[in-house]
Design a protein around this ligand. Structure first.
Ligand SMILES: Nc1nc2c(ncn2[C@@H]2O[C@H](COP(=O)(O)OP(=O)(O)OP(=O)(O)O)[C@@H](O)[C@H]2O)c(=O)[nH]1
Length: 435
């Protein structure tokens, strides 16, 4: 899926608690296989220990770097699951691996409040572990709101969700839930009880649906076993799913994960429809869709609108000298530099090939010149590493502040300015104003 350029290093995001997974298994082969699958499938780095003693040594320094641990139940120096207790004592949730399985063992391990207990008998199972590691890693950035008027049950829900590393919010009333949802952007899942005083689950779900559709916010309704029609009433009022209380913890996690992944899938499909696959910038179609709105607002409110066209100088030479893969890398790097050089409110898109377009509101000529010079100089001073070589490129930019009838005609005028900038020697900008 094309992803928008990232100007903030996610590794330093204070919300992300750990970036690595700890693998504890006395089989080197399993550790190596897991390490490879966690990297390939989950994009997650790992550190491994072959025994309880080695795990202790790894955890002696900065255990906060681990967001989860995959723990073999039987180690040479531990056969009673001491490694599970060890990682949990450091606040690290555990995925437990066993070579064989029976119901009594499963019960005993799940009672230790682990993420899951899985077999490690086939490569298929190892992939399953890696998928779970990816899920837990991602959960660190997924916000979930739990709503229940019973304080005890609410803290139980919160605990279950925190074990899977979600960022959890709790509310004891529907009204409080609505307050949290408005104050905290980006909540993806609400789990709400039905039986609550003042505002019951159905009233809360109805209110939530007025703000966010099913495809954007998942809701799971919970209720004690009661009226047979209750699940269907919850679903009809807008819940995506229903779970009777009390539930099996494993079923709870299955449903939470399914609902979160549904939301992520819809989001990914939406994103890939509006983003260019090489750069992650908006594609031309979506750029125009948004640009028409900005243009209409600028006309209505009488604010200045600048249309900018820019392209990479002598880009054909980059392809000819270093090859098309290098050319693609240069286009990606320039896109990233541009994205980091403008404000969030500005609109940037890939126009085609090595050409980009930007719309900016509220700038006079002098301020626009400052922005364009900043972009020009940022690209010039950002060499791109490719196969041990460093490629430097420059850009030329053309811009108009003449607010004509449509976006296309403004971009045509900006393109004429870009042509002048090329003609005057490249690596520069030309701005057209109304005077
Ligand atoms: N690698 C790569 N090359 C592309 C892509 N899209 C277009 N190109 C190449 O970009 C080059 C654009 O070259 P020209 O339009 O001649 O312009 P230029 O060499 O940049 O020269 P000036 O614009 O005049 O400075 C062509 O060789 C295209 O094949 C792409 O997605 N990836």
């Amino acid at each position: 899926m094309p992803r928008p350029p990232d100007c903030s290093p996610s590794a330093t995001d204070p919300q992300v608690r750990g970036e690595r997974v700890l693998l504890i298994d006395d089989s080197q082969a399993i550790n190596q296989l897991l390490r490879a699958r966690c990297e390939d499938l989950a994009g997650v780095e790992s550190e491994s220990a072959g025994s309880l003693a080695e795990a202790k040594a790894l955890l002696a320094q900065d255990p906060g770097r681990f967001f989860a641990a995959v723990v073999d139940l039987n180690l040479p120096d531990s056969s009673e699951g001491e490694a599970i207790d060890l990682v949990q004592a450091h606040g690290i949730p555990a995925i437990v691996l066993t070579a064989h399985f029976d119901e009594a063992l499963r019960e005993r391990i799940l009672a230790k409040e682990v993420i899951d207990c899985l077999l490690k008998t086939s490569p298929h199972e190892i992939d399953h572990v890696a998928s779970l590691v990816r899920r837990i890693h991602r959960n660190q950035n997924v916000k979930v709101l739990a709503v229940d008027d019973s304080r005890a049950f609410l803290s139980y829900l919160v605990k279950l969700l925190q074990l899977h590393r979600f960022r959890v919010f709790g509310a004891e009333t529907g009204r409080k839930a609505l307050e949290i949802l408005n104050a905290e952007p980006g909540i993806d899942l609400v789990i709400t009880d039905y039986n609550m005083p003042e505002m019951d689950g159905i009233a809360l779900i109805t209110a939530l649906r007025q703000q966010r559709p099913r495809s954007d916010l998942a809701i799971i309704g919970l209720s004690e076993v009661g009226a047979a029609t209750l699940p269907v009433r919850l679903l009809k009022s807008g819940a995506n799913d229903f779970l009777p209380k009390p539930f099996l913890v494993e079923e709870f996690y299955c449903r939470v994960i399914q609902n979160i992944e549904q939301i992520e899938l819809v989001r990914a499909i939406r994103e890939s429809a509006v983003r260019d696959s090489l750069t992650g910038l908006y594609n031309r179609r979506y750029f125009f869709e948004m640009a028409e709105k900005l243009h209409a607002t600028a006309q209505r409110r009488q604010i200045t609108l600048a249309a900018v066209m820019l392209d990479i100088d002598h880009f054909k030479r980059v392809n000819d000298t270093y090859g098309h893969l290098a050319g693609d890398r240069v286009i990606r790097s320039v896109a990233n530099t541009l994205a980091c050089g403008i404000r969030q409110v500005d609109l940037l898109g890939r126009y085609g090939g090595e050409e980009f377009c930007i719309l900016l509101t509220g700038f006079d000529r002098d301020h626009l010149a400052v922005v364009l010079e900043r972009l020009r100089s940022a690209v010039e001073s950002t060499p791109i590493a490719h196969e041990g070589r460093s490629i430097s490129v420059t850009i030329s930019l053309g811009a108009t502040l003449v607010l004509t009838e449509g976006v296309q005609s403004m971009l045509d005028r900006a393109d004429a300015c870009l042509y002048r900038a090329k003609h005057e020697g490249r690596n520069r900008f030309v701005i057209e104003t109304a005077e």
